[in-house]
Ligand binder design. Structure first.
Ligand SMILES: [Zn+2]
Length: 430
């Protein structure tokens, strides 16, 4: 079978099938677009534009106090400078599908005025998720802890909650400790007391229906968690608790405490039998420090906590080789391509292809949109992810490494059955 025929077959198979969006940040429905340029800059596209901008160009471009025609020269320059990237491909798909716009011109952008959607309407928001056949989404949002304890927190359509870990182990002040523990009516004076309060909060999340833990500390500290140093952790914690005005230097000074708590929380994840999603690789925005974000730093943790089910994120972009190694080597590791599909579609096509030949196919989670709102972009990102997998598997079919039926089955596993089973979404209230 030719690559082209296999690709067409796999594309139509994937477009007709549901997917589990394994990672998103939609805390509320939105956005309500008010300016045509927001359709170009929404989601991650802004980061590439900021990367390409000179001086204050980006701010000039989004200054809605100025008419579009005044801003057009800089809009045009930044669009032309960035239109090649995966982020901009999301924008192009959105423009074409939702507005019928195939080329960004002043006229075509002006034609958007008056027909910009308001995604704060939950019905409209969910209708776009349905269009993408997103059956369920695993969301990392920041609810009030008291709303989790009393069960009153409301999620966006199709969302299943994760327990966001960073705030629980990146503590720097007594005020942060008190804010966390007060959710369960506790006032703690010791590290053990704090750990018990966290245990109670996580149990409340589990009762609420949380399906995983999620940690993105890579944005603020390196992933090189050290061995447990209880005395060091006690010392840091004790300094905070004894002095309400003290602030510990994070991550450096607070590292023994952060490391200790992270190990402790992983044990709790094993007890609750909830998987742990971890951000690895590329950092959103600009000027991130990638030196500490390679998933390879997690090896001692993955080795030690064999009863914890890890879901490593973002295809560890750009460290693909290490990513495949971790998935192949550790039985407790799944490889998640969320967000990476739009960071770098070509990387994902190649890595999906390589994963097929190197990693058990049950270990791949193909997609997560990773937006805050923007259902239109979630639709486009899902489309790009489906395309990436179809390309990779079509190549394997053409080379006789797998046959078409098996490739269809693999595609369904990667997008749907693997995450559905891993996160135990059987009772998904979609
Ligand atoms: Zn994310």
């Amino acid at each position: 079978m030719t690559r082209e025929t296999a690709y067409a077959e796999l594309r139509s198979h994937l477009e007709a099938g549901p997917l589990i969006d394994t990672h998103d940040h939609s805390q509320s429905c939105g956005p309500r677009y008010t300016d045509a340029v927001q359709v170009l800059t929404g989601g991650y596209a802004a980061h590439d534009m900021m990367s390409a901008a000179r001086g204050g160009e980006y701010d000039e471009m989004i200054d809605t106090t100025r008419p579009l025609e005044d801003r057009w020269p800089v809009v045009e320059r930044l669009w032309r400078a960035t239109k090649n990237t995966g982020y901009s491909r999301v924008t192009r798909l959105v423009l074409e599908e939702f507005y019928g716009v195939t080329e960004v011109t002043l006229d075509s952008l002006q034609s958007l005025t008056g027909r910009l959607p308001d995604y704060s309407d939950p019905v409209l928001f969910e209708s776009v998720l349905e269009k993408a056949l997103i059956e369920a989404r695993i969301v990392n949002v920041w609810p009030q802890l008291t709303e989790i304890v009393d069960g009153s927190h409301e999620l966006t359509p199709r969302a299943r909650l994760t327990i966001g870990l960073p705030g629980f182990h990146s503590i720097k002040t007594r005020a942060e400790i008190d804010a966390i523990t007060s959710a369960v009516g506790a006032r703690v004076t010791s590290l053990d007391g704090y750990v018990e309060a966290c245990r109670e909060i996580f149990a409340a999340f589990a009762r609420y229906g949380a399906v995983a833990f999620k940690d993105q500390s890579a944005y603020t500290r390196p992933l090189d968690y050290g061995p447990r140093d209880r005395a060091g952790a006690e010392d840091v914690f004790g300094r905070m608790i004894a002095d309400p005005n003290a602030s510990v230097d994070y991550p450096r000074g607070a590292k023994p405490l952060s490391d200790y708590l992270f190990h402790t929380f992983l044990e709790m994840a094993a007890e609750l039998d909830l998987p742990v999603q971890i951000h690895t690789g590329h950092l959103a925005g600009n000027y991130g420090d990638i030196r500490g974000t390679n998933a390879a730093h997690l090896a001692p943790l993955l080795e030690m906590h064999r009863d914890v089910r890890f879901d490593l994120f973002h295809a560890n972009w750009p460290y693909g080789g290490e990513f495949l190694f971790l998935g192949k080597n550790y039985p407790n590791v799944r490889l998640n391509f969320c967000w990476a599909n739009v960071i770098d579609p070509a990387y994902c096509k190649a890595l999906f292809r390589q994963a097929l030949s190197a990693v058990p196919r049950i270990k791949i989670h193909a997609h997560g949109s990773d937006y805050s709102g923007f259902p239109d972009r979630a639709w486009a990102a899902a489309r790009i992810a489906r395309d990436n997998v179809a390309c990779a598997l079509a190549e394997a079919v053409a080379q006789g490494e797998t046959d078409l039926d098996e490739a269809r089955e693999t595609a369904t596993m990667w997008f749907y059955t693997n995450p559905r089973e891993f996160f135990r979404l059987g009772s998904a209230q979609s």
